[in-house]
Write a protein that binds this ligand. Structure first.
Ligand code: ADP
Ligand code: MG
Length: 448
């Protein structure tokens, strides 16, 4: 198979899995330009595409390609030389460089997430100041620092900013500084692996001999008793030798449950700092800064439109901007409020966040190419019955709606119909890998 064959097949498979609009916008302009051993290179027209695809679809592309060529690959993106403006290319190269240099020392940080690129507002002032203090004198100001706040509000950004600043301040003075940024999953996986493979000494050596430990999304430790115990001992070892520990979480320590009291009390021993939802000014400032960094020309009225429509999630705010940048780059027209309204139509529905039955129905219908009233009607044709069951299942899984309310939302069916639907979908999910992946895709799309 040559590259065109492989890509042709991949593109067909991808088209089946996602909705048409997404496909047309994001996948049409991509090109497979190289396949060497395990390394696959895809060319994107510009950096918006690179970022968007990396964030949203790398898993999907990976899966599809591996099926076609029957071996594992890792995917790299290359921005088309034609399109990339020279200044941005330089910035990009510098960031990649830093990332690689740190990675060679075993430090995995996102070089883009710095204090410089973090916009300060009322909502995050306190957390930012605390993070800054910690980065300036690790182990000496607040220990541990516990940062909490909702999804997409900048916790991961701040954690990385601490890491990046510590590195900048001390790397020359203390070349052997040991800093680790890890998600709690990574901690957990490594712990379980070490237990199973008799490598606990290595694990302890790695985590207890650090100068700075940054653990992201600590709330996921709830319920994992063994890992909690290990973290407790790791914490004590570091704390006793005055090494800095930073945790982030989507909720305050008191709401993480179930968790051992002794670990909970450790979380609160230093400083607890929260990040609140951003106000309009902060959102406007963030868009101003990011659009400049990304080289996107966002007129002021569009900035205000986005800041107004996207309520709190900054990640979503950025997504909107990147999407507009991509759209404008391929259509060749400047970004206007009309374009913004049109392109972002789907993304801006606030109901998305409330996760209503209607929103789930809408997403499932789009996916299967049905009209929302089909799914509510009494039609029993097979191509409607199954999508309807999928939609019911997802309503039960993802919304807070009761079974009988869900039934009502589907044209007055009763709760036993919903239970039956859930069972059917569950069964298929556990036996049909392909379907199970489609379902995961839908779940992500709805939650996104
Ligand atoms: P969380 O970890 O809280 O879910 P992230 O740190 O991943 O959120 O932030 C989501 C996105 O929003 C990131 O791209 C981040 O750079 C951006 N972001 C969040 N807060 C700010 C801010 N105050 N200034 C600039 N960018 C921000
Ligand atoms: Mg995060």
């Amino acid at each position: 198979m040559d590259l065109d064959d492989i890509w042709g097949k991949a593109i067909d498979a991808i088209q089946e899995k996602i909705d048409n609009q997404t496909f047309e916008l994001w996948f049409k302009p991509l090109k497979l330009i190289q396949l060497q051993d395990q390394q696959l290179t895809i060319e994107t027209p510009n950096r918006f595409f690179k970022e968007w695809i990396e964030d949203h679809y790398i898993g999907l592309i990976n899966e599809v390609i591996e099926k076609i060529i029957k071996r594992q690959v890792s995917i790299k993106f290359k921005i088309s030389d034609k399109q990339q403006d020279a200044t941005l290319r330089k910035v990009e190269a510098k960031l990649e460089n830093r990332k690689a240099r740190l990675a060679s020392k075993g430090i995995f940080l996102n070089p883009k997430y710095t204090f410089d690129s973090f916009v300060e507002g009322h909502c995050n002032q306190f957390a930012r100041a605390a993070a800054m203090a910690v980065a300036n004198s690790p182990g000496k100001s607040y220990n541990p620092l516990f940062i909490y706040g909702g999804v997409g509000l900048g916790k991961t950004h701040l954690m990385n900013a601490i890491g990046n600043l510590v590195i900048d301040l001390v790397i020359d003075k203390v070349p052997g500084i040991k800093l680790l940024y890890a998600s709690v999953e990574q901690f957990l996986n490594e712990f379980v692996y070490s237990m199973r493979n008799d490598k606990m000494n290595e694990f302890k050596g790695k985590y207890r001999d650090l100068d700075v430990l940054l653990i992201d999304d600590i709330q996921f430790i709830a319920g994992k008793t063994g890992t909690q115990d290990e973290l407790f001992h790791t914490f004590n070892a570091l704390y006793d030798s005055h090494k800095q520990i930073v945790f982030s979480s989507d909720r305050p320590p008191k709401d993480i449950s179930p968790i051992t009291e002794r670990l909970r009390s450790r979380f609160g021993m230093g400083l607890i700092a929260d990040i609140q939802a951003p106000d309009v000014e902060t959102k406007v400032a963030i868009l101003g800064k990011k659009s400049e960094m990304e080289g996107i020309k966002l007129p002021e009225d569009v900035i205000y439109l986005l800041a107004d429509k996207v309520k709190s999630n900054i990640r979503e705010l950025e997504s909107c901007m990147i999407r507009l940048g991509a759209y404008s780059s391929i259509s060749g027209s400047p970004i206007t409020t009309e374009m913004a309204k049109e392109v972002l139509n789907d993304m801006m529905y606030e109901e998305k966040k409330a996760l209503t039955v209607e929103f789930v129905q809408k997403t499932v219908c789009e996916y299967y190419g049905l009209k929302p009233h089909d799914i509510k009607a009494r039609k029993r044709s097979r191509d409607i019955v199954f999508p309807r069951q999928v939609a019911m299942y997802l309503c039960k899984a993802l919304t807070d709606t009761s079974l009988s309310e869900i039934g009502k939302g589907f044209g007055g069916k009763d709760h036993s119909t919903v239970i039956h639907a859930c069972k059917q979908v569950e069964k298929r999910r556990s036996t049909d890998g392909d379907f199970s992946r489609k379902l995961d895709y839908l779940i992500n799309k709805i939650k996104d």
